[in-house]
Design a protein around this ligand. Structure first.
Ligand SMILES: [Zn+2]
Length: 272
């Protein structure tokens, strides 16, 4: 298989082929997966916009990443090369298989924690977009045991419960806190279960959505809800959270209006 891939790769370049054959080239552990073909140009544009929107909204900074499932191949996802999200352009978007192998790296490096995305896409066929961030207001809820709960209608999607992934407890090891292997990605996807958001103890969170606008919306309002819940807690009174029925109704209503903030956010992000 590797020989076939190499032959086709160097076909038609006889001199180069001889040089490559003679050179002590270290082949990758496995051949690159074949491309599923180009993704919809609008999806690429939306993914570039999503990166910039999430920076503008204080969810991503120099770190974190957002991905989208390939529109024509459910066993592929799209994500930028390892670059600060605010700098992402269309040419930075790479295709990955669900084991998080890049299809056509061309020297571009990948995010260390890309396994978060691949393993969640494997476990959750309903998920079309994933955001991993270190958004600051959420961090305390991952380390105190205080549950993150929906305080207002914009974050009704939290009503199903927000699990916490503790990498030490889940893996049984002392790690550098990063989800840098497929096995750790699978453990994280297991903690997420069917939820919209999973917190990562001492690290950040992951938000999923049925579309890129929905995942971005949820990532933004997870951060806002965390900030508001800490403020409400500081006031000292009894907090009234959304009732599950209120949350279900609110989520359905808000869902129908997602295009409004998305249009605004995308226009501003792509004008920068
Ligand atoms: Zn991270």
């Amino acid at each position: 298989m590797q020989g076939m891939v190499r032959r086709s790769f160097i076909a038609g370049a006889g001199a180069v082929a001889a040089a490559v054959a003679a050179a002590p080239v270290r082949l990758p552990a496995q051949p690159s997966p074949a491309t599923a073909g180009p993704a919809d140009a609008k999806l690429i544009e939306d993914l570039v916009a999503a990166n910039r929107i999430l920076v503008g909204q204080g969810v991503l900074d120099g770190y974190g990443h957002v991905s989208a499932r390939h529109d024509r191949a459910p066993d592929r996802y799209l994500m930028a090369r390892s670059v600060a999200p605010e700098l992402v352009a269309a040419g930075d978007i790479m295709e990955y298989d669900l084991d998080s192998n890049p299809v056509d790296a061309r020297g571009r490096t990948s995010y260390l924690e890309r396994f978060i995305h691949g393993e969640i896409y494997k476990a959750r066929p309903d998920v079309k977009a994933v955001v991993h961030s270190h958004s600051p207001s959420v961090i305390p809820f991952g380390v105190t045991g205080v549950p993150l709960r929906p305080l207002y209608h914009m974050s009704a999607f939290l009503a199903g419960g927000v699990p916490v992934f503790d990498i030490r407890a889940a893996s049984g090891e002392m790690t550098d806190m990063l989800v840098r292997t497929p096995a750790l990605g699978r453990l994280l996807a297991g903690s997420l279960g069917g939820a919209a958001v999973v917190l990562m103890r001492g690290h950040g969170n992951v938000v999923v959505g049925a579309s890129l606008p929905q995942a971005v919306f949820r990532a933004v309002y997870t951060e806002v809800n965390a900030r508001l819940q800490a403020q409400a807690t500081g006031l000292g009174g009894q907090i009234t959270f959304l009732d599950p029925e209120e949350a279900r109704k609110a989520e359905a209503s808000i869902e129908g209006t997602l295009a409004r903030p998305w249009e605004l956010w995308k226009k501003k992000a792509l004008a920068r």
